[in-house]
Write a protein that binds this ligand. Structure first.
Ligand SMILES: [Cu+2]
Length: 151
């Protein structure tokens, strides 16, 4: 989100952005510590994503893998804190849309696009902040997520 920050600092550009666009940008901005801002809209979508996951996987068992659902251009939960060595499984619970997971700043290659009810997994070996995004949807839809890995 470095790009977004420098945009805010550029006052000339600010003047050029219509008010409606500023509101959209603000809704997609990240919190100061790098975590994704959880807007009421995001929270509502994630509530629905949890329901959808429970419907799709009524027999899901806790195997220590941490689940992130992808739904309506959101990662749910958008922010996650895990211990080093944890595997995170991203599950697409959408009905039509394919997504990817791209730990771009960590230099991890973007996942393939995965379709509804497909998954992608990644094991976080080292502690640190891991901002990530959905390749096709981060820019226009603000589809971004954040994992904090603790030692
Ligand atoms: Cu996406």
């Amino acid at each position: 989100m470095q790009m977004l920050k420098s945009m805010w600092l550029n006052s000339d550009l600010m003047l050029a952005i219509p008010a409606a666009a500023i509101i959209t940008l603000a809704a997609q901005a990240v919190a100061a510590d790098g975590e994704v801002e959880v807007t009421p809209e995001r929270a509502k979508i994630c509530e629905a994503a949890d329901k959808r996951y429970a419907e799709l996987y009524p027999d899901a068992k806790d195997d220590g893998t941490v689940i992130v659902k992808l739904y309506k251009y959101n990662f749910c939960p958008p922010n996650l804190t895990v211990k080093a060595g944890t595997t995170v499984r991203w599950v697409n619970v959408d009905k039509r849309t394919s997504h990817s997971v791209w730990l771009k700043e960590s230099g991890v290659e973007e996942s393939e696009r995965f379709f509804p009810e497909e998954i992608w997994e990644y094991t976080f070996e080292s502690s640190g902040p891991y901002p990530y995004l959905c390749g096709p949807h981060w820019e226009k839809e603000g589809m971004i997520g954040f994992v904090t890995v603790e030692p």
